[in-house]
Each structure stands twice: as structure tokens, then as C-alpha cells.
Design a protein around this ligand. Structure first.
Ligand code: FE2
Length: 282
């Protein structure tokens, strides 16, 4: 006899349909997803029109994606999912991670230590330097920093036809001392793109779309868990309301004016050390 599909039995009926999922982790994820989605629907009681609007929204989010634009990551970011997943996966003793964001492009050129990432018109010349270590503070040889940021106009190279490909992007590899340095520009706040469905969402909610100014980095080393993170500018006005919830206190650094003893070709200096946990550390 068929079980009556009612508001009371619906969630269990669907969860039960996944009971024979061979992979236990997949079964757990599907059961949890169905349980929470059904609870959401019972609680909020969407109309048919609202359900159709939700389907349209998700469809448009997928259709907005291409090789260089990832609207689903942006949606995850503005809902705080990306930062929550980062928090749950953090490794003890390692530099805190934060959102990857939608503008990462793999394959940036490997550059000489100290090299300038951008052009003079990209902003105030800034030296970024520090050391990559393990959690005990011992330097990591062969650590790779894959860094990228927007220009002072708030645009990444992939958004701005006036910037050459891989402008303000580069990979730096440490030697046995773990030290790194590179020249870039002081980062600017920028608005996340609002020409897609995520923009409709932010406008509908009366939320601003500004990111606190930052430099992105993916730091990795042999045998170490890579960290995807940012360096935030301590003087930025959006540190408390970053639209993607990416700011963590441990990632905020002063960008101090260059002084005696600093290279003469930079206006600001910021220092950031990175720590990477062993590959098998939880
Ligand atoms: Fe960014």
C-alpha cells in the first residue's frame, strides 16, 4: 500500500528513498539536504509563484556562469556559505582561510621574487613581504604564493579590457628561508558584480555590494595543506560589512607608508606571514 504523501510524511518519504545510497557520506548529505529543505518549505510556505521565481533565479545563476564568471560562487559568498565552509575546514595552527571568490584564474605566470605585479596606473606602489612557515615557525622551502587582486578602479583583469591578461596576478616560490616579497598596488575596495541574479538579490535586500579591500593568495607547499586567503587593508571602511563575510581579524594588516630602509620605489609596505599545516592535519 502506498504511503500517503502529506505535509507530515513528505520529508521522511524522500529521505527513505535515499536509504539505500551505497556511499554513506552521500547518503548523509542527501538526507540532511532533504530534511532541511523540507523544513524550510514547511516553515515559510512558499506560493507556487515564489517557487517558480526561485527556480528562475537558480537557472539564471547557472546561465550567468562562464569560464571567467562564476555566479554560483558569488551566490555562495554573499550568503556566507563559502566563509562557513572555510571555518569548518580550518586546520589548527595554519593561517586562517577565506573565500576564493569568483575571480581566480589558474595558470598565472611564475615571477621573480620582488617583481612588480601591475602597471603604474593600477595604484599606489606597495611592497608585500613575509615568510611562509609550518605551525612551529620553521620556514618552508618551495612554498608557492599564487596572488591576485583588482586594480585601483576596482576591476580584475578579467573584467577590464584595458588590463593585459594576468595583470596583477603572479606566482612566487620561496627558497629555503621561506621568505617572499612582491611589489603590487595598495588594494582598493570594489563592488561585486551586480549585473547578474546575485545583484538582483542584493538590491532586493537593500544590501551594499562592496568588498573590503584585499589581496588574494593561495599559499601551498609540498606536504602541506594549501590555504586560500586574503590580506586585508586595516584602514578599509568595509572591514565590518564585507558583502561576502570574508574578513577575519587575523588577516587584517596595516599598509604603512614606506620610510627609511624601505625600497625607494614603493609608497606602502605591508607584512604578512603564512603558516601551513601538514597535509594530514585535520
Ligand atoms: Fe577579490
Amino acid at each position: 500500500m502506498a504511503t500517503d504523501f502529506t505535509e507530515e510524511t513528505a520529508a521522511d518519504a524522500v529521505v527513505d528513498s535515499f536509504a539505500k545510497t551505497p556511499d554513506p557520506r552521500l547518503r548523509e548529505l542527501l538526507s540532511g539536504l532533504v530534511g532541511h529543505l523540507h523544513a524550510f518549505v514547511r516553515e515559510t510556505e512558499p506560493t507556487i509563484a515564489e517557487w517558480e521565481r526561485a527556480i528562475e533565479f537558480l537557472t539564471a545563476t547557472g546561465q550567468k556562469c562562464d569560464d571567467e564568471r562564476q555566479e554560483f560562487i558569488l551566490l555562495s559568498d554573499v550568503l556566507g556559505f563559502s566563509s562557513l565552509v572555510d571555518l569548518i575546514n580550518a586546520a589548527d595552527g595554519a593561517t586562517e582561510s577565506t573565500v576564493l571568490g569568483p575571480f581566480y584564474v589558474p595558470g598565472a605566470p611564475v615571477r621573480a621574487m620582488g617583481e612588480q605585479l601591475g602597471r603604474p596606473e593600477d595604484g599606489s606602489p606597495t611592497l608585500v613581504r613575509g615568510r611562509v612557515t609550518d605551525p612551529a615557525g620553521d620556514p618552508l622551502d618551495g612554498a608557492s604564493l599564487d596572488v591576485w587582486q583588482s586594480s585601483s578602479n576596482g576591476l580584475y583583469d578579467t573584467q577590464d579590457p584595458r588590463q593585459p591578461p594576468f595583470n596583477l596576478r603572479g606566482v612566487f616560490v620561496t627558497g629555503p628561508d621561506g621568505l617572499y616579497q612582491f611589489r603590487t598596488v595598495r588594494p582598493a575596495s570594489y563592488p561585486v558584480p551586480t549585473d547578474g541574479p546575485v545583484g538582483d538579490l542584493l538590491r532586493g535586500a537593500g544590501r551594499h555590494n562592496w568588498r573590503a579591500a584585499h589581496i588574494h593568495a593561495i599559499v601551498s607547499a609540498p606536504g602541506r595543506r594549501p590555504v586560500t586567503t586574503h590580506i586585508f587593508d586595516a584602514e578599509n571602511p568595509y572591514l565590518d560589512s564585507d558583502t561576502v563575510f570574508g574578513v577575519k581579524d587575523s588577516l587584517v594588516r596595516p599598509f604603512r607608508p614606506a620610510g627609511p630602509g624601505d625600497p625607494p620605489d614603493v609608497s606602502y609596505v605591508t607584512e604578512m606571514d603564512f603558516s601551513l599545516a601538514a597535509q594530514d592535519d585535520g
